[in-house]
Design a protein around this ligand. Sequence first.
Ligand SMILES: Cc1cc2nc3c(=O)[nH]c(=O)nc-3n(C[C@H](O)[C@H](O)[C@H](O)COP(=O)(O)OP(=O)(O)OC[C@H]3O[C@@H](n4cnc5c(N)ncnc54)[C@H](O)[C@@H]3O)c2cc1C
Ligand SMILES: *[C@@H]1O[C@H](CO)[C@@H](O)[C@H](O)[C@H]1NC(C)=O
Ligand SMILES: *[C@@H]1O[C@H](CO)[C@@H](O)[C@H](O)[C@H]1NC(C)=O
Ligand SMILES: *[C@@H]1O[C@H](CO)[C@@H](O)[C@H](O)[C@H]1NC(C)=O
Ligand SMILES: *[C@@H]1O[C@H](CO)[C@@H](O)[C@H](O)[C@H]1NC(C)=O
Ligand SMILES: *[C@@H]1O[C@H](CO)[C@@H](O)[C@H](O)[C@H]1NC(C)=O
Ligand SMILES: *[C@@H]1O[C@H](CO)[C@@H](O)[C@H](O)[C@H]1NC(C)=O
Ligand SMILES: *[C@@H]1O[C@H](CO)[C@@H](O)[C@H](O)[C@H]1NC(C)=O
Ligand SMILES: *[C@@H]1O[C@H](CO)[C@@H](O)[C@H](O)[C@H]1NC(C)=O
Ligand SMILES: *[C@@H]1O[C@H](CO)[C@@H](O)[C@H](O)[C@H]1NC(C)=O
Ligand SMILES: *[C@@H]1O[C@H](CO)[C@@H](O)[C@H](O)[C@H]1NC(C)=O
Ligand SMILES: *[C@@H]1O[C@H](CO)[C@@H](O)[C@H](O)[C@H]1NC(C)=O
Ligand SMILES: *[C@@H]1O[C@H](CO)[C@@H](O)[C@H](O)[C@H]1NC(C)=O
Length: 684
Amino acid sequence: MHLLLALTSVTVLVGGCFSSAASIKGGGNFTWETVQLTTREIGNFTALRFGNPYFASDVDDDGPECRAFPGSSDWPEESEWKQLNVSLGGGAPALLRPVPPGAACYPTDSTHYNPATCRFLVRQAGLTHFWIDDPLSVLTQWPQGGTCMATLNVAGNCTRGGYPEYVVNATTVKHIQAAVNFARNKNVRVIIKNTGHDFGGRSTGFGSLSIWVHNLKSFEFLPEYEQGDYSGMAVRVGAGMEAWELFNHMADHNITVIAPGGSTVGAVGGWMAAGGHGPLSSKFGLGSDQALSINVVTADGRFVTADTENNEDLFYALRGGGPSTYGVMTSVIMKAYPPINLTTVPLSLSVNTPPMPTFNFTLPTNGTIPGTNTSWTNFTLPPISPGTRTPGMLSDAETFWKGVRVAYKFTPKVLAVGGYTYSYIYPLGNNSFTFTSTASVPGMPASEVSKLMQPMFDDLHKVGINMTNPKLPENAGGAYAGRRMNGGGDQPVNTRYRSRLWPRTNWENDGLFNRSMAAIRTAIEKGGYTFHAIGYGPSEEVAGYPVTDVGSGLNPAWRNAVLHASLMEVQPTGITAAEAKERDARVLKYTDVFRQLTPGAGAYMNEGDPAEPNWQQAFFGEDNYDTLLGIKQDRDPWGLFWAQTTVGSEAWEVRTLDGYPCSQNGRLCKVKGWEWDRKRSTLE
Ligand SMILES: Cc1cc2nc3c(=O)[nH]c(=O)nc-3n(C[C@H](O)[C@H](O)[C@H](O)COP(=O)(O)OP(=O)(O)OC[C@H]3O[C@@H](n4cnc5c(N)ncnc54)[C@H](O)[C@@H]3O)c2cc1C
Ligand SMILES: *[C@@H]1O[C@H](CO)[C@@H](O)[C@H](O)[C@H]1NC(C)=O
Ligand SMILES: *[C@@H]1O[C@H](CO)[C@@H](O)[C@H](O)[C@H]1NC(C)=O
Ligand SMILES: *[C@@H]1O[C@H](CO)[C@@H](O)[C@H](O)[C@H]1NC(C)=O
Ligand SMILES: *[C@@H]1O[C@H](CO)[C@@H](O)[C@H](O)[C@H]1NC(C)=O
Ligand SMILES: *[C@@H]1O[C@H](CO)[C@@H](O)[C@H](O)[C@H]1NC(C)=O
Ligand SMILES: *[C@@H]1O[C@H](CO)[C@@H](O)[C@H](O)[C@H]1NC(C)=O
Ligand SMILES: *[C@@H]1O[C@H](CO)[C@@H](O)[C@H](O)[C@H]1NC(C)=O
Ligand SMILES: *[C@@H]1O[C@H](CO)[C@@H](O)[C@H](O)[C@H]1NC(C)=O
Ligand SMILES: *[C@@H]1O[C@H](CO)[C@@H](O)[C@H](O)[C@H]1NC(C)=O
Ligand SMILES: *[C@@H]1O[C@H](CO)[C@@H](O)[C@H](O)[C@H]1NC(C)=O
Ligand SMILES: *[C@@H]1O[C@H](CO)[C@@H](O)[C@H](O)[C@H]1NC(C)=O
Ligand SMILES: *[C@@H]1O[C@H](CO)[C@@H](O)[C@H](O)[C@H]1NC(C)=O
């Protein structure tokens, strides 16, 4: 158990950004991090003044009830936005007021309507980086309100909806400091956007100023880095780095760094701040376990370094305690490892589905969830070399579910050797199902991996499934890093996840395990949901230093997990608030059973439900939440950084016109009568 070290001393809070001389070899800040906001530059532009959390009153004490919004009396004057733009300085335009790309599809928008552009957006943009590189767009659109969709069948007019009003295209720390100070001093809602992958609407918001960190892409390899008790290879990574870009740097330097599985997911941002899982997480831990030093602009506008010796409270909170809460991260120093290979054994079972002649591992890209009008998203499976998969066509559902049980039952054996499993179960209608799964093990010869997996195939035989353990050539193991990537494409989808971190206990008792499997089967069979499960074992031991020394803000449910499992569905845009509430209520019936079977466990916030009941416990852990809330109140008493289901977010609510649950298309206001149980430690 780890208790948080004494919270940051008052000296640091009052005095700003001092740091003791740490034993650092290399790892200097990036050049753009040394470009900082000075009091001379602030001059008489009071809107840019730094804040002082020590003298700030708490969110629940006083101040305006709501954040300003365009049209409200306290919304900054045009001239002030202009002055902000000038203060951002430099040649390139840093303050943007982007038009949503979908405007090209709306004939009523005579200025932006452009059928050719619209066709590009609908047909091709998803195969490119267009959406990831766009300053406004987010991949999950329903929280924005779906008010300006790129579609060939537009309804209504393109409006800004939950998109931010202004965007600071941050390329220096000064840009971020100016944006933070301006927003705090002028009561403007702030959002932070990196890649826009968030499933929970945490990178978009009505009437906000967006701090867009996407262009902070610097990278530095630190062959001999020392920090605290760590001594070894490390990398400094800018906050805008995407996984595929990091893979290319790994290839350049012949190293391994823990990165997200999704190639355009940010390798720092929301992924790391919430935990962040990747293929090597059972071997080296989660994303948040990799951080050795984090540079961050806090809510007072100051730029500080957080590590085991400086700003320890921030260092604790930023590693797993949630995104968009304690500050804007600008760069992170992460551990780096020698190259490692990953050997993958696939397994696939289907029932009642017509045989697929050459199984290219692309499942049907469309279809409808039984009993709903919800269609599939275009799922992409992890790359698996063709030829190694033996399709297991079964004729009866009972055998299929027995096979699924065998595969999940076996998961801990894969985790025990540092491996992970990755699976989906798709309900295809008419009692047809497909289960696709892979087990991947790092740093083990293929023959040993085959041996490891043999008992699973033996058990499949016992339940009547004649599957053979694929004979892997000795060089089957592909390098985890070393691949050159171009990032591929992404398009807006509306996948909605409900996550549960299923703990080890559920594997230790056969009765409980069987009931767990039955609950999952029911949610797929009766609920019609797609099931996605990733087996991970990111224990503290695996995470290593600094977690073993100073802990971290990570949801403790991760440490004890076997499966990060989710129910997925598509939340269509354009449904009414009442329909959205019905869908929430429907899925709750199934996920409640999961919660009852896993008392005290949690959920992964990044792939969790923004409507998760008791999300404080589920996403953060009961005790950890209190610690993190204390840090939030100390560091951001203004509640400047706000995103739903993040620490301290319960003091605020988004007031939408139509009451659509979890939408970001409305004013951000304080919850009436809200009072914190706990006050800031510095005031005690
Ligand atoms: C296709 C796809 C694949 C995925 N694969 C994985 C995976 O393999 N492993 C995994 O763990 N998760 C995965 N996810 C989930 C992913 O972790 C979340 O979507 C996560 O929020 C993405 O973070 P981001 O910074 O890229 O995106 P954004 O949507 O831009 O940001 C997400 C959150 O982080 C905050 N944030 C961003 N940058 C900063 C910063 N510099 N400082 C402070 N706050 C910041 C934002 O305000 C927001 O709250 C995947 C998601 C998708 C859509
Ligand atoms: C990076 O900047 C921070 C904040 O100004 C400072 O405390 C830290 O010492 C700097 N780090 C290095 C290695 O220069
Ligand atoms: C602020 O200072 C500038 C010169 O630096 C001056 O032109 C301007 O009038 C001042 N504004 C106010 C409000 O004092
Ligand atoms: C953001 O800033 C970078 C660097 O100045 C620039 O290259 C890029 O075009 C800007 N992006 C937008 C959308 O303006
Ligand atoms: C900010 O200033 C630049 C020029 O310096 C300009 O191109 C840009 O449009 C301005 N931004 C806004 C929102 O007015
Ligand atoms: C859409 O915009 C047009 C032109 O601006 C306006 O006449 C019309 O009333 C708007 N429709 C809706 C539904 O708001
Ligand atoms: C990469 O690193 C490994 C071990 O760290 C080493 O054995 C190998 O020779 C290196 N490869 C190249 C191409 O440098
Ligand atoms: C599947 O792959 C095979 C061989 O690579 C190819 O010939 C076939 O066209 C592919 N099928 C589909 C549907 O893409
Ligand atoms: C599914 O895809 C096929 C081929 O692309 C297409 O013809 C069909 O209309 C699609 N069905 C649905 C329901 O989208
Ligand atoms: C599906 O759509 C059809 C036609 O729009 C409608 O009649 C039906 O009620 C819908 N079904 C569900 C379950 O929403
Ligand atoms: C599905 O994704 C693939 C690869 O990203 C793409 O080639 C294909 O066009 C997509 N299909 C649909 C129906 O969007
Ligand atoms: C299992 O399948 C293999 C080849 O796919 C076949 O040779 C063998 O007879 C089958 N065994 C049983 C018990 O069906
Ligand atoms: C990874 O596998 C390749 C191909 O089998 C092999 O050449 C390489 O040495 C392996 N690397 C490591 C680190 O095991």
